[in-house]
Ligand binder design. Structure first.
Ligand code: CTP
Length: 210
């Protein structure tokens, strides 16, 4: 299959030296990309800024902002059979980006934010035969929130991830997730390495190939 994977955070600039971002390390998405190549797939990885090495055989597209990630996903989508959105895309960005470094001054600045595009929502009309998988990073009501996003974004499956656990989610090498496939009961997977989660997720994606 030709699989498009997104990974890492996005960075939304405030001025030339500052940005808004999140704790995503990219480890889950990079594990999926690596496992995809090992399983014989053609893998394109659209990655936000991370400190990981691109796995051998993976086509890497580097992006910074949510807008750049959207553009890269849109450009790669026509040639892909499956999309796995493991990236932690920023939901908000500063409404204006200062051209010069902002000085601290005497009063605290107020940042006015605006929504970034929701990538999965934007590409929903172009789903066609493609398998779409999302991730849901949650700290409470994990399964309910994941189920809501699965339906709201029209996905084939969502990987529910409780990121409040020390051994799952951001930055660590292990993960404990629940796969919710559309129309099926949630399937809770044991605590595993991110590599093992990636293998199992790809086996599921392969089983969906139409
Ligand atoms: N996602 C996306 N575009 C965004 C935000 C998120 O495509 N602007 C994708 C993520 O890559 C993930 C899924 O949507 O696969 C769910 O992301 P998550 O951050 O958990 O949820 P949100 O849609 O941001 O919803 P909420 O703010 O309610 O948690």
């Amino acid at each position: 299959m030709r699989i498009l994977v997104t990974a890492g955070p996005t960075r939304e600039p405030i001025d030339p030296v500052r940005f808004l971002s999140n704790r995503s390390s990219g480890k889950m998405g990079y594990a999926i990309a690596r496992a995809g190549v090992a399983r014989g797939h053609h893998v394109v990885l659209v990655s936000g800024p991370v400190s990981l090495t691109c796995p051998e055989g993976v086509v890497l597209v580097r992006v910074e902002t949510a807008a750049e990630m959207l553009a890269a996903v849109q450009a790669q989508l026509p040639a892909c059979d499956a999309l796995i959105m493991a990236a932690a895309v920023a939901d908000w960005r500063p409404r204006t980006v200062a051209k010069q470094k902002q000085k601290k001054g005497d009063t605290a600045p107020v940042l006015e934010l605006e929504r970034t595009a929701d990538i999965l929502e934007a590409i929903r009309p172009r789903k066609d035969h493609r398998v779409y998988v999302g991730f849901a990073a949650e700290t409470e009501h994990v399964l309910d929130e994941a189920q809501r996003k699965l339906e709201a974004k029209g996905l084939d499956a969502i990987v529910a991830n409780d990121v409040s656990r020390a051994d799952a989610g951001f930055e660590v090498d292990t993960n404990q997730v629940t796969l919710i496939a559309a129309g099926h009961a949630p399937e809770s997977w044991p605590l595993m390495t991110k590599t093992a989660v990636a293998e199992r997720l790809l086996a599921w994606v392969e089983s969906q190939r139409r």
